[in-house]
Ligand binder design. Structure first.
Ligand SMILES: Cc1ncc(COP(=O)(O)O)c(C=O)c1O
Length: 415
């Protein structure tokens, strides 16, 4: 019996560490207070598209939710795996000729995070491993490790448009591997895999009879000259669970609505995974019914031109940022092909910083520019810029980054 009132937390609550929150809350809290508070903070650290008002919500989205609230029909419990009409609408919207879906293949979730949690849970036991790309959106690690699932990484190759290193992928597979995660388009890399590359990844999964979890929250978000292809489209035999959400497609991450698309192949998910997904969806009795009920109208009434306009804005920002940071000695930006992020490599030796966290903390203190270090994505010597800033702020951020780098550039000083 405990002698005093100090209630122990569970193991899961202790090991569940999201690396992004770690960086923001632990590594940068002090730096945020040490910076010159009279200078405007330019914060491009988080991927919240609502932050600067540059990617406004389409009026059809607002109309859809108002209509649902006013109807008074969606205040009760609905099936935990989602409202049937919503699942039908999602199935129709995301069906491709090579990857058709019905309502039976859709589970509605609490945003993409909820989909990630359930898919990892349904495929992986504690002690088994899950293969994640490196760099990777940090939540995948947090969710897996919280459940005692071992995280292993395969490398992405920056000089090849962040394609997966197929040897590293195949080399990471062993008898403990339960699933391969593919994040496409990628946060944090901004990459979009070609059809041929996705097929090559699927071929690796096929050789080892491993299912793929596709994090496709940035579905369709490919810049000009690039094409978004979903993993299921190129898979004849490998079963795929695809995770998605309204968050980045319709720019409403706070609405917390997502889905799992079940692309079964050869009935591999029939016996255990499908019923397992149903049971796991009952753990929290499904996502918000109001947003679910609004989704069919959102999917129908938001025109493609809305998405196109957002993509054009993001691509313009990417080009601008790429062009400006390419001129900074010691930095190597990688031009993204989609999503809303750009990765920038840092020549740490040149700047004499011990790590990317040290670099971004100093940048924050000296120039009031906040970017996310590679550490948040289980990567090193790099940072990520979120491409949602208005025009003037992106120019100002790049200007301040250039000034900071020039001040710390030991190569320039020794000349
Ligand atoms: C790759 C990726 N997956 C999942 C998520 C989580 O999305 P949600 O906010 O819908 O839970 C994000 C959010 O930024 C993301 O970038």
């Amino acid at each position: 019996m405990a002698e005093s009132w100090s209630v122990p937390g569970s193991v899961e609550s202790i090991v569940c560490v999201n690396p992004v929150r770690n960086v923001v809350e632990d590594d940068c809290t002090e730096a945020l207070t040490l910076r010159d508070l009279s200078v405007e903070l330019i914060d491009t650290s988080t991927g919240d598209p609502t932050r600067f008002g540059t990617l406004p919500v389409h009026p059809a989205v607002t109309e859809a939710i108002l209509k649902v609230v006013q109807s008074g029909k969606y205040n009760g419990y609905y099936p935990s795996n989602g409202i049937l009409e919503t699942r039908e609408a999602v199935a129709q919207y995301f069906s491709r000729p090579q990857a058709p879906l019905t309502a039976q293949d859709v589970v509605m979730t609490s945003s993409c995070s909820g989909a990630m949690d359930i898919t990892a849970m349904v495929l992986c036991n504690p002690g088994q491993s899950i293969l994640l790309p490196m760099p990777c959106f940090g939540l995948w690690k947090a969710l897996a490790e919280a459940r005692g699932v071992i995280v292993k990484y395969y490398n992405l190759l920056p000089d090849k448009g962040w394609e997966a290193d197929l040897d590293s992928l195949e080399g990471a597979i062993d008898s403990t591997t339960a699933a391969i995660v593919v994040v496409n388009p990628s946060n944090p890399c901004g990459s979009v895999f070609s059809r041929a590359h996705l097929k090559a990844i699927v071929d690796v999964a096929q050789r080892h009879h491993l299912p793929i979890i596709a994090d496709e929250i940035y579905d369709g978000m490919a810049f000009s000259g690039h094409e978004f292809v979903c993993v299921a489209e190129v898979s004849d035999s490998v079963p795929v669970l695809s995770c998605g959400a309204v968050s980045k497609i319709f720019m409403i991450p706070g609405w917390r609505l997502g889905w799992i698309l079940i692309h079964d192949r050869n009935g591999a998910f029939q016996q255990q995974v499908r019923p397992g997904l149903g049971r796991l969806s009952r753990k929290i009795l499904g996502p918000c019914t109001l947003v679910q009920a609004a989704l069919p109208d959102i999917l129908t009434n938001v025109p493609d031109s809305y998405k196109q306009r957002n993509l054009e804005f993001l691509e313009r920002n990417a080009r601008k940022c790429f062009e400006k940071l390419s001129k900074v000695d010691g930095l190597t930006p990688f031009m993204p092909a989609g999503a809303m992020y750009m990765m920038v490599n840092i020549d740490l030796e040149r700047f004499r910083f011990g790590s990317d966290v040290d670099f971004i903390k100093a940048l924050l203190i000296e120039e009031s520019v906040f970017v996310m270090p590679g550490k948040a994505f289980c990567a090193q010597s790099c940072f990520r810029v979120v491409l949602i800033l208005p025009d003037d702020k992106i120019s100002e951020a790049c200007k301040r980054i250039a000034k900071f780098c020039s001040k710390h550039d030991t190569a320039a000083q020794s000349n």
